[in-house]
Every structure is written in C-alpha cells, then in structure tokens.
Design a protein around this ligand. Structure first.
Ligand SMILES: NC(=O)NCCC[C@H](N)C(=O)O
Length: 420
C-alpha cells in the first residue's frame, strides 16, 4: 500500500493513468445550469463517450494501464462501511441542499443502492427533482423543504451533477509518491476531491500514500491540479492562475519543502499567467513535450512572471526569489537541468490560430514517453508544427470532449511514470 504512485516528471514513459469516462452527469446539464457547472456548451454524451473510449484505447495501445475513478471509489467502499458512510456524508454535506429532512430522505434512498459502482455513478450523475418524489413520501415539513425538493432554484435539479470529473487532473495531483488533494476554486468542483480522499484513504492498493495537501483550506488559498506540473524529481511548476492563488502555492510548497515524509521536492517555480477563463490553468497554456521541449500558448509570454520558492534558512520558512528578466527558455533549461530548451508556440505564429486552438486545448498535451504525445485532432495548425518538429503525435477525436474546456492532459491523472 502507498508505494503504487510514482511521478517524477511530465514525460517519462507513462505506465498507469486514471481517467473518468463521462457518464449520465452530462444529461443533467442544461442551459440554466451549465454556467455554474463551468461548461460553455452541452456535449452529446454518446459521442463524448466514443471519443473518450478512443482516448483510453490509444493509451492502452501504448502500454499504459488505464484505471477508472468511479471503479477505484467503488472498490474503496465495497467492503468498508466507514468509507461508504464517509463518501455519502461528504457528498451530502456539499450537495447544496440545506433542508435536513430533504437530505435525510435523499440519504435514505441512496443507502438502499447496494451496488457500489451504481452508487458512485449516481453521486456523479446528480439527482433531478422529479426523480424521488420526496414530498409525496412525507419528507417535506416546511415551505423550505417543498422548495428544496422541487428543485425550483436549480432549474429542476435537486442536486447538481459533477460533470467536470472527467478532468481527473484537477481535484488531486500525484507528486513523487504522494498526493495533493486539492482545494478547488469553484463551488461545483469543490465536491470532486472527496472521491480522491476516499481512494487514498481506503482503497486496498492506493490507501496510505503520503498526502501533501488536504482540501478544505480554501480560506487560505486555492490550488487545482491543472496548475501543477512535475518538471523533475526535485522541481515542480505551479501556475498562479484563475484557479490557483499565491496562498494555495505557499501552503503546498511548505509541505513539499519541509514535510515528513520527504517529498523529494527542493524547488517550486510559480508561473504567473493571465487570470481568465481561456487560460484557466498552467496546463491549459503550457505542457512538456520532450526532455528539452515545451508547447506554450504565446498569449502568456508578455505578462509571464516566474518566482522560485526554496527552503529558507530557518526551519519551515520559504525563500522566494523573483526570476523577472530571465528568459523562459533559461528558466526551464535550469529547472530541468539541460543546456537549452525548444519552445513551440501553439498556433504556429498565427495569432488567430493560437487563440482558437488554445481555446480548444491545443497546448494541453499528454506525453506517453519523451517526444510522443497525445493531442486533440482538431488543432491542426499546432499539430502540423509539432509534426514538423519531429514529434510523434497520437491524435484523439475531440468534437465533444473539448466542449468541457480541457484536453488530454486535463483528462488524465498520471499515477506512474518511469524515471527518465
Ligand atoms: N486542467 C484543466 O485545464 N482542466 C480543465 C477543466 C475544465 C472545467 N470545465 C473547468 O472549468 O474547471
């Protein structure tokens, strides 16, 4: 237990990855709810599943073992009543329903679902107001109960779905042999780390890994996994972004630099990127392709600022140095210990293509080994540039998956990579 995680780079041969196949949660998206659920459109479920299955198949064809989040959670609660109770209570506490009698009635219904996988998928799917007929069964004792049970305030939903869970990169991050259970920026995504908490606390194989960060500290800062890049065994990069703030980075850096057991991390590089939806996370604008090559959205370069965090002189303190004025190439070459790096720009120098393709995650690639990367098929300008650069590309169809605003890197949580 606890020795099954191993991530010391972004590009070492990928051995094991965790995904979530989009499910019925997409059917609970509507024009009324999609804004608060961080979608710009409603994907067509059958096509999204087909594309996602192709993504998983391509990973397997490249000798990557594919795990599914709902199955890991189901395995964690299957023979563990405490884990099942923790999952249900945690989910209900963040359900957005304030009426205790409605919550009690929902819990009662869910407790009757015996099959662990069916239960987990139901929690992800959300609950429509017309599904349970709570008032007819006597659960409504006040006007507040009637309104809550009717879903009037949520466009017909009693409890929101969790449609962003297919972006497994964000709610938890494997760094070294441990995991950061992240403090999410948005109300809707704050429900996701719970699934990781259950797995890393109770799963027969994955419980017991060191935990670098626990959720629930949003008051002292947010941190999302899309902002975390493992640049090397002792260096990680974290975006200061729309989703991750400086306090969140301070909190994680303190444990990584000073915590016990040791994480192996000596240096955290914080990259300040524009705080807007199109840029969202560091991995939306910046991913590693090879030992000495990165793909970057040119829209971040003008305002990019980099800070270096290392151990300070006194125990528990952090030394902070601004790397302002140092070219990005030099920052990265130094971070990964090579003489120089190649930087490829999303959109291949065409500003319109860069904006369009970055919006559809053209810069969000997933390396299965150095120089061999999974990309969205639709970003042809960027992909052509990478082909010309000699990279081996694995193209995933992406008409529907891209509507959630995340690409191959966002849709995968690497559990195990070979060291370089
Ligand atoms: N790492 C990533 O960039 N993940 C994509 C997250 C997309 C999701 N709709 C969100 O807004 O959080």
């Amino acid at each position: 237990m606890g020795d099954s995680l191993h991530i010391r780079s972004e590009i070492g041969r990928l051995k094991k990855v965790m995904l979530h196949r989009p499910g019925r949660e997409f059917l609970n998206l509507s024009p009324d709810s999609m804004g608060r659920l961080l979608f710009d459109d409603i994907p067509y479920l059958a096509a999204a599943q087909e594309e996602h299955d192709r993504f998983a198949e391509l990973l397997r064809e490249n000798d990557v073992e594919v795990l599914y989040l709902d199955q890991l959670v189901a395995e964690s609660i299957a023979s563990n009543a405490t884990a099942r109770e923790e999952l249900l209570d945690g989910w209900l506490a963040q359900s957005g329903v304030s009426s205790p009698s409605v919550l009690e009635a929902v819990k009662d219904r869910l407790e009757r679902t015996e099959d662990p996988l069916v239960l987990v998928d139901k929690l992800i799917e959300g609950i429509r107001a017309d599904e349970l007929e709570l008032c007819a069964s006597g659960a409504c004792r006040s006007l507040a109960d009637v309104v809550a049970a009717g879903g009037n305030e949520r466009g017909g939903l009693l409890i929101d779905p969790i449609p962003n869970l297919y972006f497994t990169r964000d709610p938890f991050s494997i760094i070294g042999q441990g995991v950061s259970l992240n403090s999410m920026w948005s109300v809707t995504r704050r429900r996701e780390p719970l699934f990781g908490q259950i797995v890393f606390k109770h799963h027969p194989v994955y419980a017991g890994a060191p935990v670098w960060h626990e959720p629930g500290h949003e008051a002292s800062g947010c941190i999302e996994g899309g902002d975390i890049l493992v640049l090397g065994p002792s260096t990680i990069g974290i975006g200061i972004s729309e989703r991750t703030d400086a306090s969140g980075i301070d909190a994680l850096a303190e444990t990584l630099l000073w915590g016990s057991p040791a994480s192996g991390v000596d240096r955290v590089l914080a990259f300040s990127i524009p705080r807007k939806r199109s840029c969202m996370h560091l991995d939306t604008v910046f991913t590693q392709l090879d030992v000495d090559a990165f793909l970057v959205h040119p829209g971040i370069l003008e305002t990019l600022k980099v800070f270096e965090l290392t151990r300070g002189v006194s125990a528990g303190s952090t030394a902070i140095r601004s790397l302002e004025g140092m070219p990005l190439e030099s920052v990265l070459a130094d971070a990964i210990g090579v003489d120089s790096v190649r930087i490829y720009e999303c959109g291949g120098g065409d500003p319109l293509a860069a904006a369009r393709e970055q919006w559809n995650d053209g810069a969000n690639t997933l390396a299965v080994s150095p120089g061999k990367v999974i990309v969205y098929q639709r970003n042809s300008v960027t992909n052509d540039l990478l082909y010309k650069g000699g990279f081996d590309l694995i193209e995933v169809p992406s008409s529907e998956l891209s509507r959630g605003r995340g690409g191959p890197h966002c849709m995968s949580m690497a559990f195990e990579r070979e060291d370089l």
